[in-house]
Design a protein around this ligand. Structure first.
Ligand code: ME8
Length: 542
């Protein structure tokens, strides 16, 4: 059995989640659900990054002064929003938890024992928005381009430094093309160039007197660990590093870190180098051949923008994903986020696009298909799955068109599987909608086209047997679509199974490989009741 461990970034709690955070988290959830359907031992972690100055500033702005109470309230808000969006995380980690602190201390000591931590003085500009030091070349004017409405802090203080530059060659090897450590290709180039030309040692602590929060450096209470050094470690502490060696050994290294493109330097350079360093002194972090257990992949996506500007907590243009759930249901919101922009690229968020995709892709193209196929079968075949030769793999309908039921669905399934394997949920959905089919594409089973070209409602009088074959193929295709889209739209998928007269739980427990075999519907079995999957929204406003 394979294991599959994936993560989202842990989010700052300086505000509530917006559409951008929902995007990363929904992609991760779809991938986690896909791997569970494949019966992989899947573990999915998300959580909150709590030892950040940004959180303290947000608390003060809210007129509060109890940091622990603020962090807890906000962590719950994130947790609840994810549950409302159907996010099926296995573990929600907060970096103020004791289990995290234990792992951070263990890791710091391992890096220290490798001789990669030294004392120095840092002088430079710090952006609290990014929680990072900035060099002149990274600024536009005197501002951070990601946080133009924040002033940079000038800092000069004693810090601990991490010998990041010592890992330059090892990192460059890690970025070799075939490794797929950094995805997509454009980001791999970006990080390769950065490491080749600009990699320098980094400050990994701050003076305790100048930052109000942070985990103390082991053995030096005057220094606090730099928030990114602590935050990255959540990926290990969430699966037991420092508290549960057996669990850690089961899941580590992570198979996938999903991140936005804003944080790839931390994930693709600092993080693997930290692990390479600690591995020298911590056997838990080493493979049998002595090499460090580095995560398998970091996949970076683009930004949702609003009129071309990144949606961001600090820019004040945030859109709360919960706003759309009453009108469209969470499945449709998930569909929209994943379908709307090619994974890896930026794209504008618009309420009009959401409304239009809901009405056209979901309601007209797919919802109507489900309704028509089930209603016709019920009407012509006494409420039952029509009789058909289910061993037959091709479906000769008339002289002009030969619809290959099984072969045509297999082609869609293969496209969907390779898209999931490449984390491309946008391509998953596009491939399924190719199969739902409004535009003729050769080699695919296309449900709407089949109805249009064979007109079963007319053909039924002269050739009921052929109509039985056609409707069986249509219903069976709906069962396949329900499987293929389940990771993205779990509730809709369950409703489709129920309308097909299946017990959704029993169906899903077959697993992906058994479930996606032609002939899963039994001719003569009683169908469920059709009801609109995507009803008209109650309010036209959103
Ligand atoms: O960076 N479009 O947390 P954060 C798409 N705590 N995705 C977006 C987005 C947008 N407009 N805005 C944010 C941090 N994101 C650190 C991470 S991990 C060890 C520590 C998503 O709250 C995207 O995944 O600023 C981005 O990388 C992340 O939220 C940043 O969240």
């Amino acid at each position: 059995m394979n294991k599959y461990y994936l993560t989202t970034p842990i989010y700052y709690v300086n505000d509530r989640p917006h559409i951008g955070h929902a995007y990363t988290t929904v992609v991760a959830d779809a991938l986690a659900r896909y791997h569970r359907l494949r019966h992989d031992t899947t573990y999915f972690v998300t959580g909150t990054d709590e030892n950040s100055q940004k959180n303290v500033q947000a608390m003060e702005k809210a007129g509060e002064n109890d940091l622990a109470a603020y962090l807890e309230r906000m962590a719950i808000a994130w947790y609840d929003t994810w549950r409302e969006l159907g996010i099926s995380f296995d573990n929600f980690i907060r970096t103020t938890e004791a289990r995290h602190l234990a792992g951070v201390a263990r890791f710091w000591k391992a890096v220290q024992a490798s001789g990669d931590i030294y004392e120095g003085t840092y002088e430079g500009l710090y952006c609290t928005g990014c929680e990072a030091f900035k060099t002149e070349t990274e600024l536009i004017g005197d501002k951070c381009p990601l946080h133009p409405n924040k002033d940079l802090e000038h800092i000069k203080e004693k810090n601990y430094f991490f010998r990041l530059s010592a890992y330059r060659e090892e990192l460059l090897k890690l970025y070799a093309k075939g490794n797929n450590f950094v995805m997509p290709e454009s980001r791999r180039h970006e990080i390769h160039n950065y490491v080749e030309d600009h990699l320098a040692d980094v400050s990994i602590s701050r003076e305790a007197k100048s930052v109000p929060v942070g985990i103390s450096v082991p053995g030096d209470l005057d220094q606090r660990i730099y928030v990114w050094f602590d935050a990255l470690l959540n990926y290990m502490t969430a699966v037991g590093y420092g508290t549960d060696e057996a669990q850690f050994s089961t899941f580590w290294p992570a198979d996938l870190h999903l991140v936005g493109k804003d944080i790839i330097k931390f994930h693709c350079a600092l993080w693997p180098a930290m692990i390479m360093s600690a591995a020298k002194n911590d056997p838990l972090l080493r493979n049998a051949d002595g090499s460090a257990k580095i995560p398998k992949q970091v996949h970076a996506h683009g930004f949702f923008t609003m009129d071309g500007v990144k949606i961001s907590k600090s820019l004040g243009n945030a859109v709360d994903p919960r706003e759309f759930i009453p009108n469209y249901g969470f499945d449709a919101v998930r569909y929209f986020l994943l379908r709307e922009i090619p994974f890896g690229e930026d794209g504008d968020f618009s309420r009009e696009r959401l409304a239009s995709r809901y009405a056209s892709d979901l309601g007209n193209t797919f919802g109507n298909l489900v309704n028509r196929a089930i209603a016709m079968s019920k009407k012509y075949f006494d409420g039952k799955v029509p009789p058909a030769d289910i061993t037959e793999s091709s479906l000769p309908v008339n002289e002009q068109s030969v619809w290959d039921g099984k072969g045509g669905l297999d082609a869609i399934k293969s496209a969907v599987e390779s898209a999931y394997a490449g984390n491309r949920c946008d391509v998953v959905l596009a491939s399924i909608w190719d199969g739902v089919g409004d535009t003729r594409r050769s080699g695919l089973f296309q449900a709407n086209k089949l109805i249009e070209e064979t007109q079963p409602f007319k053909l039924v009088k002269e050739d009921p047997e052929a109509v039985g074959e056609i409707l069986y193929a249509l219903l069976e295709s709906l069962r396949w679509y329900a499987w293929l889209m389940h990771p993205v739209m779990p509730n809709i998928s369950v409703k489709i199974f129920e309308q097909l007269g299946l017990d959704a739980r029993a169906e899903l427990s077959k697993g992906w490989v058994q479930g996606l075999k032609w002939g899963g519907l039994t001719p003569g079995a009683v169908l469920g009741d059709p009801s609109p999957l995507f009803p008209r929204p109650e309010s036209e406003g959103v």
